[in-house]
Design a protein around this ligand. Structure first.
Ligand SMILES: C[S@@+](CC[C@H](N)C(=O)[O-])C[C@H]1O[C@@H](n2cnc3c(N)ncnc32)[C@H](O)[C@@H]1O
Length: 288
């Protein structure tokens, strides 16, 4: 069933729901998809997703005109390579699949962090997917200098190369503009009739619960405040805005005047299994 018929029953011109994330990403929205798709506006001009990550909602919606952005250059490099040369990425991933071992993982991880290596974009994209699918907990974490430092995970048969998913992503990306950088720049030309979905790094529920190292820089209270102002300005310009975040008093205070729905979501951001479970999140909507 397509998102169009399930979500709004209106003519978005959306593709059937065949595409899905090509990587695992902390904060990925796959589990929240029913709550998100049921809150989409019924139509829009251009779709913007400036905190792409694994981009679960983007793949599900498969928008006809879109801007997909993130400040993580490896992520945007991956999507750029998939758009341009999906066959090349699949070929290289098949190689990693057949070579997969502990020694291969650590060898590839060392090469990934060696910025002197001249990679093709397909090489680097395939390596990103390989490390992402085989690393511990699928936890893409970099240190302050941007080096990927996660040990190998304990998987019997990790899904290193799934050609159908990669080809579906390739198809959706043909109608997408990719931008690498801060979200404010990425949505700089969004305006009346456009739809923007913000999925920023979440406000921490407890002082120790904050996972903010998707990139080498942090997203703290000042950035949350600035994001809320950006969202309000977009609504004032006639754009439609949806945002997800954790359900904290601070986040609620930032989005007064917009609709705030509380939803429960199963989350596994903590590597300690005993600390996983349902957490309360909010979906904020405005402008529609
Ligand atoms: C919660 S994740 C997005 C998850 C995504 N919706 C999914 O389904 O996988 C947040 C993303 O925001 C990116 N990010 C962090 N700070 C940013 C900034 N200032 N501008 C743009 N992207 C940023 C991170 O690199 C990360 O990929």
């Amino acid at each position: 069933m397509s998102v169009r018929s399930r979500v709004a029953g209106k003519a978005h011109g959306l593709a059937p729901a065949v595409a899905s994330p090509v990587i695992k990403w902390v904060g990925g929205k796959t589990k929240l998809l029913p709550d998100l798709t049921s809150r989409l506006p019924s139509s829009w001009r251009r779709y913007y997703e400036p905190f792409a990550g694994g981009a679960a909602l983007f793949w599900r919606v498969a928008p006809q005109r879109a801007v997909l952005a993130d400040m993580n250059p490896d992520l945007i490099g991956l999507y750029t390579a998939l758009r341009r040369d999906v066959a090349g990425v699949i070929r290289r991933l098949e190689h990693h699949r057949t070579q997969h071992s502990e020694a291969h993982y650590y060898d590839v991880r060392t090469r990934w962090n060696d910025r002197d290596i001249a990679w093709t974009s397909a090489d680097r994209a395939a390596t990103f997917i390989y490390l992402n699918k085989t690393c511990f907990n699928g936890l893409w974490r970099v240190n302050r200098s941007g080096a990927f430092n996660v040990p190998i995970g304990r998987y019997v048969d990790p899904p290193i190369c799934v050609p159908d998913t990669l080809r579906a992503a390739h198809a959706v990306l043909q109608q997408t503009e990719l931008r690498c950088g801060d979200y404010k720049t990425a949505i700089g030309d969004a305006g009346k009739g456009d739809f923007v979905y913000f999925d920023p790094p979440y406000d921490p529920v407890t002082p120790t619960a904050n996972f903010v190292s998707y990139t080498a820089s942090a997203f703290g209270p000042d950035q949350q405040r600035e994001l809320a102002e950006t969202a309000q300005k977009l609504v004032a310009k006639g754009a439609r805005v949806m945002l997800s975040n954790s359900d904290t008093p601070f986040i609620r205070s930032l989005y007064k005047g917009m609709r705030i729905d509380r939803v429960m979501c199963a989350r596994a951001i903590n590597s300690n299994a005993s600390k996983r479970g349902d957490v309360a999140e909010v979906i904020v909507t405005g402008g529609y």
